[in-house]
Design a protein around this ligand. Structure first.
Ligand SMILES: [Zn+2]
Length: 65
């Protein structure tokens, strides 16, 4: 019996990984972590596209006009 491993390609680095190691957003563990750190830093520094999106989300949640 052949043990077939599904391979998924990471959206960021383009490398193939076992499907269970790639996140739902299509990132391998390393790129997923890198994006998470990047997002955390953007929110901490209050600048960058991730921060802008997060800010709009917070405003929407607060019911801002
Ligand atoms: Zn990757």
């Amino acid at each position: 019996m052949v043990n077939q491993i599904e391979v998924a390609v990471c959206k960021d680095c383009g490398q193939g990984f076992p499907a269970q190691d790639v996140s739902r957003r299509g990132l391998c563990p390393r790129c997923g972590l890198a994006r998470m750190y990047s997002a955390t830093n953007q929110i901490r520094n209050k600048c960058g596209p991730v921060y802008e999106r997060w800010r709009l989300g917070v405003q929407a949640a607060k019911g801002a006009k």
